[in-house]
Design a protein around this ligand. Structure first.
Ligand code: GDP
Ligand code: CA
Length: 311
């Protein structure tokens, strides 16, 4: 069974890893957010692609959730010593990847091609695709003005209230090669429990992608990133409160209105099933905390259960 997954970084990677504990990774295509991408010291960094690449190839630092295991920070220390900017942390091993990618991009190689090459080099089995090869950047409208995503997230530590999230470049962005084909071929399309506003939103903002998804509603299932009305990690809870007016399954459903056929929500949020059903979406309740092996299996089986068994 071919499966396509829309994913951000940490929540996306954990979900895809859980999925590939059950299904053949060769059947899985991951369509990743690039709205977080940025230039640091002249290097093109793609945080979500890298989290996916590292986590799914076994090179990642599981505890931190991002970056490489066994990382060292010599370059960073030198940058600091020399008075350079260190607000965005880059480990030495990580920098190696950014050097290869940046050099390739500067030669005109598309991001999708570089990503495929990097993935092959580290022995990744799932297919990893950026949502687009075109420039697409998430920006946060706050009382302090409009900020680059990483400026808001890392440099300013998410202290500014978010009034609106915009996806610069999305109008003109085309789907990267392979993305629409993967969405068409997939028997199941899953939206990982990634942040809907800053991880999935930028992917859906690529018009060709949301159009392709509209035709697949019956096979499209999202997993809620909220457990008991709170994010497992990161700013999703606060963003739901300020941008969606609440932190329950109703608000998660509204993020994907008209798009998804089913929503997987945690047992802790089971009181929200009616609100999901009222919105014409099938609620599927299970345990969703992916650090727990039992919950992980239950979650994946619930997601896979959306597709009727065939012989
Ligand atoms: P980022 O791009 O690295 O910020 O990560 P994502 O957007 O892919 O994922 C962040 C989201 O994953 C957060 O909103 C978390 O609540 C969610 N998340 C992380 N771990 C789990 C988990 O075990 N279960 C569920 N349901 N959500 C999770
Ligand atoms: Ca991200």
């Amino acid at each position: 069974m071919k499966i396509a997954v829309l994913a951000g970084g940490v929540g996306g990677a954990r979900f895809v890893r859980a999925l590939t504990e059950v299904v053949d990774p060769r059947d899985v295509t991951v369509i990743a957010n690039v709205g977080d991408d940025l230039e640091v010291h002249g290097l093109h960094v793609s945080p979500d692609l890298d989290t996916l690449l590292y986590t799914l190839s076994g090179l990642g630092d599981d505890e931190r959730g991002w970056g490489r295991a066994g990382e060292t920070w010599n370059a960073s220390e030198t940058i600091e010593l020399l008075g350079g900017e260190t607000w965005f942390q880059l480990g030495d091993r990580d920098i190696g990847l950014h050097l290869v990618r940046t050099e390739a991009l500067s030669r005109g190689e598309p991001l999708s091609a570089v990503t495929a090459r990097l993935a092959r080099s580290v022995g990744l089995v799932v297919t990893l695709l950026p949502a687009t090869d075109d420039r697409l950047r998430t920006r946060m409208r706050t009382p302090a003005g409009e900020l680059d995503f990483q400026d808001w997230f890392v440099a300013r530590g998410q202290r500014d209230r978010v009034n609106e999230v915009v996806y610069e470049g999305a109008e003109a962005a085309r789907a990267a090669p392979g993305v629409l084909e993967a969405l068409e071929e997939a028997e199941l399309i899953a939206i990982a429990p990634s942040n809907p506003f800053v991880s999935i939103g930028p992917i859906l903002a690529v018009r060709a992608i949301s159009e392709a998804l509209e035709r697949r509603r019956d096979r499209l299932v999202a997993v809620s990133p909220l457990i008991g009305g709170r994010a497992v990690k990161g700013p999703a809870g606060a963003m739901f409160a300020s941008l969606a007016g609440g932190t329950g399954p109703a608000q998660v459903t509204d993020c994907y209105k008209g798009l998804i056929g089913a929503l997987v929500l945690d047992e802790a949020d089971a009181d929200g099933v009616d609100a999901v059903a009222e919105r014409g979406v099938r609620p599927l309740v299970t345990r969703t905390l992916m650090s727990e092996p039992d919950a992980r299996r239950a979650l994946v089986e619930t997601v896979l259960g959306l597709v009727p068994a065939t012989t």
